[in-house]
Design a protein around this ligand. Structure first.
Ligand code: ADP
Ligand code: ZN
Ligand code: ZN
Length: 826
């Protein structure tokens, strides 16, 4: 008898054994998909991860319905990596499989199929089965896979649907919900009327009285004559011209271009920026590294001779990207694949443009917000090692693509917490999972940051990772000057207007008068309910955990999120005895309003979750700031994410304390990172930038470290605290989150689990604790924190935890309580 071991796209830890025939046994390979029955009458697309002859003991193996692939579409290294992720992050292999595969490759019986409304279908190109499905969809806007099974009167319909998806006749329901559209870029070309050889002379005749328009047309001809590319047939063709480029090159305005479009001299067309297949040749211009960059580049290569991972610790604007590009060049020559991970999808457009200048069409982009078809396309290109996907840029999920020979992985802004997935499982950290993946491929990893995470820096000090440092900015740009404003003093002396100190107002006025731009930073996270003294800025902390205490309104208490320590809400400040205590933070909206009354004639913009939600929200704001349509940009942490502006001379941090007092053991580390990163947006070639930090705690160590650009000082201090209070990198933290609708049951259940864990584990277990937001969508929440010292074998401890979780599930009255494990939680 012959069997396959199959992973189902369900949140299940187990794989399932299915029967296959002998001929199938000889055909099937690991990494192929099979359609299999599951449960009463469900069908799923499963992935074969093993082929064997061992009959399962506990159940009778069902037969597969059908083999869906002729060749594997997942690689063995990939499956090995998924198994590691499932094991390390304590989730089901099914979770990883479901998260990794584009849903276009994952049909199941519950999948809903719709017809595409905006395409014309050539019915002759459809097979009989395909036509039946197509016809049924003309009468009904959507069908379940189950319905189609009965329409076609056969079980094996996945191949039919797969073909129809490929022919673009049908879509999966899920795709319709997708709202993300990458940025569109405006191009112009000559109207077809003027395409003939004497087009130019005709045109000049038409435009003889319109000098400005004529100028643009001339420039257009100049650009297209000098920059050629090749079309699909290998013929020389003019390179596409963007409106932006045309306006710049002719020193004109887009209004004039519009007039030419209205006159039907130009035609406008739009292309998706990061999907544009690059139709130029990569510039031949050699990238010239500065001396400091070149030294770093050699040092990285040297470090790779001995170590798998290297950290590039380079101050903001030191030109890390250029070093990545140089390094990628060297790996491309060897023919191996390169993966470039970014913390934020919104940053891809900028980067893709930069990389395509060097690598032309070899750059592919992958992220979860792309449509199914686009993701499937990149998946296949990666699998086939297509030249088009030799470099893959993506947010964290690109890690799960079917690479067969990765040579280099770059994790840019490695300290960013967005690399850790919170929900749903797998709750993996992309940086850490990338290092494991590199190991499987025998590849190298370059981590880059101006403000490395404590964990990563610790690994360099322990000699696990190499370390390369750049302390100067590219092109002799100076580091910004940092000025502290003591809010306590300013309040006392009545020098505040709303949230603006007199100094900040002065600096803004000066910058704006000089035509320079300003960034004002206000952290959203400040909204978490802590009690703060208005007079001295003191915020109560937990004595055991060193995190801020969180205000719980209904109990009128201050509580520690980690251990549950609580005190009654104080009536006066414990430090200065003032009775002026406040619980409120303030947001970006309020700042924008105050700004409007302080500077009524200045154009301001706001960048936060509310204003960037729309389709192009983020990029629109970035673009108008870059184009200097906005003078002052007010924003949240989005601003700290590696954006490159060239006219910002002033950065204001409205309130540094919000960040410092976030109830989180990483609060100081993050505050340092965020402030240093935002500060890094200031400064231009010809002028040193200025940063104004408003704070109640100008002497706070973290603020001082930011001011002195003292990363090492921050690192050493934090490391000391982490050891004392038992946090990473000395301890690994696993957070268990329990949820249930009934308060009492949850309370009882979490206490039961807590006790079992503390009795059976030889490590600190904290909780069960109510988080600040203790009820979400009608479910109550409790958390338990497990701290595992580094010198204990992590695997064994996790096995014990898993055992306890299994016995928890076996208790009848607790079965309905959901438990989620978050390993290395952020
Ligand atoms: P980082 O990522 O280290 O903050 P960037 O890579 O964004 O810095 O570089 C900052 C700016 O300097 C960018 O505008 C970049 O194009 C420019 N730059 C850096 N290195 C070079 C170089 N070797 N040649 C030309 N321009 C460079
Ligand atoms: Zn006080
Ligand atoms: Zn505590």
């Amino acid at each position: 008898m012959f069997f396959v071991e199959v992973v189902l796209p369900l949140s299940l830890a187990k794989t399932f054994t299915y029967r296959i025939s002998e001929s199938e046994f000889h055909f099937i390979k690991k990494g192929m998909r099979v359609a299999v029955p599951f449960g009463k009458n469900k069908i799923y697309t499963g992935l074969v991860i093993d082929i064997h002859q061992n009959e399962p003991g506990l159940y009778e193996a069902k037969e597969i319905h059908q083999i869906l692939d002729e060749k594997p579409i997942a690689t063995e290294v990939q499956i090995k990596h998924w198994l590691w992720v499932a094991n390390y992050y304590m989730c089901g292999i099914g979770d990883v499989y479901r998260g990794a595969f584009p849903s276009g490759l994952l049909l199941e019986s519950e999948t809903i199929i719709s017809h595409k409304t905006d395409v014309s279908v050539n019915q002759n190109e459809l097979s009989d089965d395909e036509f039946l499905v197509y016809e049924a969809l003309q009468h009904q806007s959507s069908l379940k896979v189950q319905d189609i099974i009965s329409i076609l009167n056969k079980k094996n319909i996945f191949p039919v649907l797969q073909k129809m998806i490929a022919k673009d006749v049908i879509v999966l329901e899920e795709e319709i919900k997708e709202s993300y559209k990458p940025k569109l870029v405006r191009y112009v070309r000559l109207h077809s009327k003027y395409e003939s050889n004497n087009g130019l002379s005709e045109l000049l005749e038409v435009l003889k009285n319109a000098a400005k328009q004529k100028e643009i047309v001339m420039t257009y001809f100049q650009i297209t004559a000098s920059e050629k590319t090749r079309d699909e047939n290998g013929q020389s063709a003019p390179k596409p011209v963007t409106v932006k480029k045309l306006v710049e090159a002719s020193n004109s305005t887009s209004a004039v271009v519009k007039a030419l479009i209205d006159k039907e001299i130009f035609e406008e067309y739009l292309l998706q920026q990061d999907r544009v297949s690059f139709s130029g040749q990569a510039t031949d211009k050699q990238l010239i590294l500065s001396e400091a960059q070149d030294a770093a580049f050699s040092a990285i290569k040297n470090s790779f001779l001995e170590k798998e991972v290297c950290l590039l610790h380079g101050v903001t604007s030191s030109g890390k990207t250029e070093i990545y590009i140089k390094l990628i060049e060297e790996y491309l020559v060897t023919g191996r694949q390169v993966l470039y991970l970014l913390p934020e999808i919104a940053l891809t457009t900028q980067l893709v443009t930069r990389l395509r200048l060097h690598f032309g069409d070899k750059v592919a982009v992958f992220h979860s917000k792309y449509s199914n078809n686009e993701r499937v396309e990149v998946w296949k290109q990666t699998l086939e090692r297509a030249e088009k996907a030799q470099i893959v840029i993506g947010a964290r999920s690109a890690l799960f693509l079917p690479f067969s020979d990765l040579g280099l992985l770059i994790v840019d802004e490695e300290h960013e917490q967005t690399f850790k997935q919170t929900d749903p499982a797998p709750r993996y950290h992309a940086r850490d999972a990338a290092i494991v993946l590199a190991n499987f491929h025998n590849a190298k990893v370059l981590l880059g940051s101006a403000t490395p995470s404590i964990e990563t820096y610790f690994n360099t000090q322990a000699d696990k990772y190499g370390l390369v440092t750049i302390t100067e900015r590219y092109n002799n740009v100076r580091m910004p000057e940092i000025v502290l404003v003591d809010l306590k003093d300013k309040h006392f002396r009545k020098r505040m207007t709303g949230h603006f100190s007199d100094l900040l107002i002065e600096e803004i006025a000066e910058a704006v008068a000089l035509g320079e731009q300003v960034i004002l930073f206000q952290n959203r996270r400040g909204y978490s309910p802590v009690i703060e003294c208005i007079t001295c800025g003191h915020v109560p902390h937990c004595q055991q955990c060193d995190v801020s205490l969180t205000f719980h309104k209904h109990k009128n208490q201050l509580r520690c999120h980690y251990c549950g320590y609580s005190i009654a809400k104080p009536t006066h400040c414990h430090k200065c005895s003032s009775i002026d205590l406040t619980t409120k933070g303030f947001g970006t909206e309020q700042i924008e309003q105050e700004l409007a009354s302080l500077f009524p004639n200045v154009k301001t913009g706001r960048m936060d979750q509310d204003t960037t939600r729309g389709k192009f929200g983020f990029e629109k704001i970035i673009d108008s700031f870059k184009n200097r349509e906005i003078d002052i940009l007010v924003g949240t942490q989005m601003l700290a994410k590696g954006l490159d502006f060239d006219n910002v001379s002033l950065v204001g941090i409205m309130n540094a304390d919000n960040m410092l007092h976030h109830p989180d053991f990483r609060a100081f580390e993050r505050s340092f990172q965020m402030m240093t990163q935002v500060a890094g947006r200031a400064g231009r070639a010809e002028k040193q930038g200025k940063v104004v930090i408003q704070t109640y705690n100008p002497n706070h160590n973290t603020i001082q470290q930011v001011t002195m650009n003292n990363y090492i000082g921050m690192y050493k201090e934090q490391l000391y605290d982490r050891q004392i209070y038992k946090y990473p990198p000395y301890f690994r933290i696993i957070k268990l989150t329990l949820k249930h609708r009934e308060f009492e049951k949850l309370k009882e259940g979490s206490m039961w689990l807590y006790q079992v864990l503390s009795q059976n584990l030889n490590v600190p277990v904290l909780g069960p604790e109510e988080p600040a937001i203790s009820r979400i969508r009608n479910e109550y929440i409790r958390t338990i924190l497990i701290k595992i010292p580094n010198n204990l074998p992590l695997g064994a401890t996790k096995k014990t935890i898993q055992k306890m979780l299994n016995s928890f599930e076996a208790v009848a009255q607790y079965r309905a309580i959901k438990v989620v494990a978050n390993v290395d939680f952020y």
